[in-house]
Design a binder for this molecule. Structure first.
Ligand SMILES: [Zn+2]
Length: 459
């Protein structure tokens, strides 16, 4: 990618120490503690201490201070399933298309967009939504990339481009690219090798702890049994796990049944592709036996506002780790979450569904899932975790306590901007502005030029 951006951390930290506070610290994790008048001490890339503000300030006078001014201090948010490249799909509409049948999509605009993505598109379509996400407190992405013909335009890998956007902006991401049989054997093989290559790179230290990777599978109906077996045989499979759309539509299930399996999850199980490193996106249509298979394997499910709503409450009762993503084009995890949570309210028809249970996906599920792919815990405010922190511009009208957190989150906290966003111990957004030598407007203009050029190639 010829566009070189050098992120300059806003604060030259004294002794590599950064003190953030005072404010109401919301820790996330199983306990999700709410700590009034508190602060966080960061050293290098990790959280060292959380404590009462005055005491913490007194002990750490040499540290650089980032003023939270009494706001809410949360972990940086995790988008557990998304497609950053889909920011280039914001001009697409598919009138009249039956979106309940994903098998219709390959010849439609969405698939044309994926096939037309060139090297700079992969970078620019990721950079812009990452900036937008940072302004809403999102610091980690588990991204599912798809650009099967990018090799026509570069000797580099498509994941290098998305990864460079992640590196340049200072965020954290676990990347993969979709393997499918939609475009012939040569493309299938190149997609498999791209995943393998990038897994080796990140395991060798590329990204400095902020990049990780998996093996991506599009959906099972686009993958033959031979392709699933080839993925299972990869040396990198056990270490990295797979990230796959699963049982989102009935057509995916019917395809698995036509091959002799009980459903999409049962087919994955038959190929030994369910492990604790597996991420199953969507899971709308599951049998009781398949829910047991997921539970026994410790694979994770990621819920989102997709084609139908998974029964997350049922999955959570089976002790399945369930997280939440945005799946499509919105970089605003919390904004999108309001719809996802509301879908549960509608589905279950009782008041807590859509309130406390989906919120656990944000506070417990996403940190548990993301932490499987990085060296230190991610998405929680606790000593030893990566220092990914969002100071949200929210002053509550009532006492913010453990018992009232859900109400605060759903009523207004989720609409708030991030005042400051920190990832890996570096301040990236300060006072709602992107630091470093980025020219956000110029990037947006460049992205628009590339998106328009892409549109002209496929309409
Ligand atoms: Zn998806």
């Amino acid at each position: 990618m010829p566009i070189a951006f050098d992120l300059i951390p806003y604060l030259a930290m004294k002794n590599n120490k950064l003190l953030i506070g005072p404010g109401t610290v919301v820790t996330f994790g199983k306990e999700n503690k709410i700590l009034q008048s508190s602060g966080i001490l960061v050293e290098d890339d990790e959280i060292k201490e959380i404590g009462e503000w005055k005491e913490l300030e007194e002990k750490n006078k040499s540290a650089m201070m980032l003023d939270a001014d009494g706001r809410v201090i949360m972990p940086g948010l995790i988008n557990a399933h998304t497609h950053l490249y889909n920011s280039f799909a914001r001009w697409i509409s598919m009138p009249g298309e039956d979106s309940n049948n994903l098998q219709n999509i390959p010849d439609k605009l969405q698939s044309k967009l994926e096939r037309a993505l060139q090297v700079e598109d992969c970078y620019l379509s990721a950079v812009v939504p990452i900036i937008q996400g940072l302004k809403k407190g999102v610091t980690t992405y588990i991204d599912h990339h798809c650009s099967p013909f990018y090799r026509d335009t570069t000797p580099l890998g498509c994941l290098d481009e998305v990864g460079q956007a992640v590196i340049d902006l200072g965020v954290r991401a676990c990347l993969c690219c979709e393997v499918s049989d939609r475009d012939g054997e040569m493309i299938t093989l190149s997609e498999i090798s791209e995943n393998e290559r990038f897994i080796e790179m990140t395991r060798s230290g590329h990204g400095g702890g902020r990049l990780s990777s998996m093996i991506g599978l599009h959906s099972q109906f686009t993958c033959s049994d031979e392709t699933l077996e080839a993925v299972r045989q990869l040396d990198s499979y056990e270490k990295a796990g797979i990230h796959v759309h699963c049982a989102e539509t009935l057509s995916d299930v019917e395809d698995a049944r036509s091959r002799g399996f009980e459903g999409a999850v049962a087919r994955l199980a038959e190929f030994n592709l369910l492990t604790e490193k597996t991420i199953l996106a969507n899971c709308v249509h599951l049998t009781e036996k398949e829910i047991e298979l997921i539970s026994n394997s410790s694979s994770a499910v990621v819920y989102q506002n997709a084609v139908g709503a998974a029964d997350i409450i049922k999955l959570m009762k089976k002790e399945i780790t369930v997280g939440v993503g945005t799946d499509e084009i919105s970089p605003n995890l919390l904004g999108d979450f309001k719809t996802s949570a509301g879908l549960q309210h509608h589905k279950k028809k009782y008041s807590h569904a859509g309130l406390s249970e989906p919120i656990k996906l944000l506070t417990e599920g996403n940190p548990a899932i993301a932490s499987r792919y990085f060296e230190k815990p991610v998405g929680m405010i606790e000593a030893g975790s990566y220092a990914d922190i969002a100071v949200m511009d929210y002053y509550p009208p009532t006492h913010l306590a453990k018992e009232s957190f859900d109400e605060h989150l759903l009523s207004e906290l989720l609409n708030s901007d991030a005042m400051h966003t920190i990832c890996h111990g570096k301040v990236i957004i300060k006072d709602k502005k992107l630091k470093g030598n980025f020219d956000e407007e110029a990037l947006s203009e460049l992205a628009k030029e590339h998106a328009e050029d892409l549109r002209q190639r496929i309409i």
